[in-house]
Design a protein around this ligand. Structure first.
Ligand code: GAR
Length: 198
């Protein structure tokens, strides 16, 4: 049997997608045929990220590499993250609410091996405030996208999308909750497919 692909999840906050990725990989491992991948490390750029305690409670190694001591030198911070990933023998990165704009250093070092989830139906609404923008535009659906990370922000080949309706009276908060549920289904499925195909 093939060894599971070693995945690191990078977070900045609550880590609900990270938790879904960890749980799905474990469930996959309990099925016949074994896991296509395993979450071996969770890295946060924020020491107060809620996802750190969740990952630890699920038995996954966590690491905080605070971006603040690096000041404006984003690449130096990324080099520290990269070194930690290499040390942990990581093969694939899943960004899950990792709220940093990446430099070409990290993007190119992990080209074709770094996935992201974004809370909109890309190419619509790259960047922030996606739900408020979709509501303001009068859209009748929203959703989320899993894509490979390339140099442009929220660009890169799309691996999959999930759609949800925008309902009358939705606020950015109610819509984000609906999209979040869709994210928790989409991201584990896409990461699993991606790792199986490697
Ligand atoms: C998710 O909705 C994710 O799509 C979004 O941040 C949230 C993180 O939630 N990511 C981005 O906006 C990246 N551009 P989580 O920490 O509970 O997974």
């Amino acid at each position: 049997m093939r060894q599971p692909v070693r995945v690191a999840v990078l977070i900045s906050g609550a880590g609900s997608n990270m938790a879904a990725l960890i749980d799905a990989a474990k469930a996959d491992g309990e099925r016949a045929g074994g896991a296509s991948h395993e979450v071996v490390l969770v890295v946060s750029n924020r020491p107060d990220a809620g996802g750190l305690a969740i990952a630890a409670s699920k038995g996954v190694t966590t690491l905080t590499i605070d971006h603040r001591p690096f000041g404006k030198d984003r690449e130096a911070h990324e080099r520290a993250v990269h070194d930690a990933l290499i040390l942990a023998d990581v093969q694939v990165i899943a960004l899950a609410g990792y709220m940093r704009i990446l430099t070409p250093f990290l993007v190119r070092s992990w080209a074709g091996r770094m996935l992201n989830i974004h809370p909109s139906l890309l190419p619509l609404y790259p960047g922030l405030d996606t739900h408020a923008r979709a509501i303001a535009a009068g859209d009748d659906e929203a959703g989320c996208t899993v894509h490979l990370v390339t140099d442009g922000v929220d660009e890169g080949p799309i691996l999959g999308q999930a759609r949800v309706p925008i309902l009358a009276g939705d606020t950015a908060e109610t819509l984000s909750e609906r999209v979040r549920v869709a994210e928790h289904g989409l991201y584990p499925a896409m990461l699993g497919e991606f790792c199986k195909g490697r």
